[in-house]
Design a protein around this ligand. Structure first.
Ligand code: ZN
Length: 426
């Protein structure tokens, strides 16, 4: 095999009109970095027409007119930054008196980075690596890489001719650029596939987004799972006339847990005797009652005698009547949710809790406000469970991006890495 061919294979250059000389590879210092430079000549077939005026070449109207050297960045070879110094053919058009240069499919017009390099970087953008890392390992500025990502973002468009039957809405803490800090994400509740990510969750904005789907398409949506953000209810009612709202069970449990926890910290502050105990063993209070161990006696630092987990909880609840009542309310609500006991849940939230702390009252009021959709959650299988994985991915991407500023790039990155949105054409 000739050197010519070896070089071609190593560099993965398919354009047969690029020719390498025998001594084509040199080591040179470029921008302070020892690099590999490959010298080559581009001598394609004589052009059929002038690229400036479009005139067909006849009777030698287009003639050769010297050469022009361009430097093209290739993917790294053996970890060396690699350049192709390509001598291109220049032509002169007698019809329009302009000159033009031969084009290769190695690079896009007016671009000095080869398509191979672009594709290599693109594959890396799809992995959980920071742009900074990718920039360093490919010797391409992060500004360039970010501009590619921005460009890709505009190619991710959710087709408006269909929607899955079951949707899942959620929001997440977004990038710095976003006002209000929360961005909106919605997925297919059956597959977990991301359907789109939108800058913010303002209801007017979301309405106009969903209204751009034809009514026939919106009518096909049967359920929407979501948290208890009030705005979403109005959104679903006006955009999806046939959809049932499902409050995600996880959010119901989370809300009652949080309000119980705030009661605990309040008691903790007021009751010095129990301060450290309530602070140290809060996890036992949050455990499901049935999961507490009542057999094994262990040493707990804040208690002088050996005790079981169950005994520790009993002791903690002795700190305050109020705390004890809130504890049982939390346990019962969680039980009714986990066992899907509709009547039990309805009964629990219909009771009067005026004697309990404000935070518990507010939570119970919220449950009453969202009663229908919470009861739907106990009837239907759907939840935001699949979205949780996506939210973890979002956290990872934010971390590797060192706090993305631009929402556009952030969105593109999430969609690329999650690999769930199909209509991307490059
Ligand atoms: Zn011309």
């Amino acid at each position: 095999m000739s050197n010519q061919n070896n070089t071609r294979i190593l560099l993965n250059i398919k354009d047969k009109s690029i020719h390498f000389s025998d001594e084509s590879v040199q080591q040179e210092v470029i921008k302070g970095v020892l690099s590999h430079v490959v010298y080559a000549t581009h001598s394609p077939d004589h052009p059929d027409y002038c690229t400036k005026c479009g005139c067909i070449n006849q009777d030698n109207s287009i003639i050769k007119n010297g050469t022009k050297s361009v430097t093209i960045k290739l993917p790294k070879c053996s970890n060396f930054t690699t350049y192709l110094k390509l001598k291109k053919q220049r032509y002169y058009c007698k019809m329009c008196s302009h000159t033009f240069i031969s084009q290769t499919n190695l690079v896009d017009k007016n671009c000095s980075i080869s398509k191979n390099t672009y594709h290599k970087v693109l594959l890396e953008i799809k992995t959980k690596r920071s742009v900074w890392d990718i920039s360093k390992s490919n010797n391409i500025s992060h500004t360039t890489i970010n501009s590619w990502i921005t460009n890709i973002n505009s190619k991710f468009i959710q087709p408006h001719n269909s929607l899955p039957k079951n949707l899942s809405f959620d929001e997440f803490k977004s990038v710095k650029e976003v006002k209000g800090k929360m961005s909106f994400i919605f997925t297919d509740a059956d597959t977990g596939k991301i359907l789109d990510i939108l800058t913010h969750r303002h209801i007017g904005f979301l309405k106009s987004y969903f209204f751009s789907f034809p009514l026939e398409v919106r009518k096909q949506v049967e359920t929407v799972s979501m948290d208890m953000f009030k705005g979403y209810i109005d959104l679903v009612k006006s955009c999806f006339p046939n959809a049932k709202i499902i409050t995600d069970r996880f959010h119901v449990v989370q809300l009652i847990n949080r309000s119980f926890n705030s009661v605990r910290t309040q008691v903790m502050k007021e009751n010095k005797q129990y301060y450290s105990k309530l602070k140290k063993y809060w996890k036992l209070l949050m455990m499901t009652q049935d999961d507490l161990d009542d057999k094994e006696y262990k040493h707990f630092k804040c208690f002088p005698h050996l005790m079981t987990e169950q005994q520790v909880v009993d002791e903690l609840l002795r700190s305050s009547k109020e705390l004890e009542e809130c504890y049982w309310l939390m346990q019962r609500i969680r039980l009714s949710i986990n066992n899907r006991q509709i009547d039990y849940f309805e009964d629990l939230i219909s009771k009067n809790y005026k004697h309990l702390p404000k935070t518990i009252q507010t939570t119970i009021n919220t449950f009453n406000y969202h009663k229908t959709s919470i009861l739907n959650a106990l009837t239907y299988e759907y939840s935001n469970g699949k979205l949780e994985g996506t939210n973890n991915l979002i956290k990872v991407i934010k971390r590797i991006a060192f706090g993305y500023r631009s929402f556009t790039n952030f969105r593109a990155r999430v969609l690329l890495i999650s690999n769930t949105m199909l209509p991307l054409q490059l």
